[in-house]
Unconditional design. Structure first.
Length: 129
């Protein structure tokens, strides 16, 4: 009997401390985490790894998260991958702008680990919200 594949999440964030927090959480949840430190690497990994979910910072070197998400959503090979903004952008209009480029969710930093865990469960496993 084969074991089901662990959900795969791509995290695109240029701050190591932010990646470390999410790395610890996903490890405890049994989620395979793929990491990128800039927008261009995030695009490359999204296309080559085809994760179940992408967690996208908005302020990134190379290409910002808004532009990266717009490119992913315009590409038939990656358009169906849910993208959730995980960002410090909390000004009026930021969430609407993120959703306008195709983001499926929006989480502001600092993240609340309990609600973030619930969001991950829902998005990668179809668990309760």
């Amino acid at each position: 009997m084969t074991r089901p594949r662990a959900p795969r999440v791509l995290l695109v964030d240029d701050v190591e401390d932010n990646r470390g927090v999410i790395r610890q959480l996903t490890r405890r949840m049994g989620i395979e985490l793929i990491e990128a430190a800039d927008g261009l690497e995030g695009l490359r990994l999204a296309r080559s790894e085809v994760p179940d979910l992408i967690l996208m910072d908005l302020s990134l070197p190379g290409i910002d998260g808004w532009s990266a998400t717009a490119q992913l959503k315009a590409d038939p090979a990656t358009a169906g991958i849910p993208v959730v903004a995980v960002t410090a952008h909390a000004m009026a209009g930021d969430e609407e702008r993120a959703r306008a480029v195709g983001m499926d969710g929006y989480v502001t930093k600092p993240i609340d680990l309990f609600s973030f865990r619930d969001l991950l469960e829902q998005m990668v496993r179809g668990g309760p919200a």
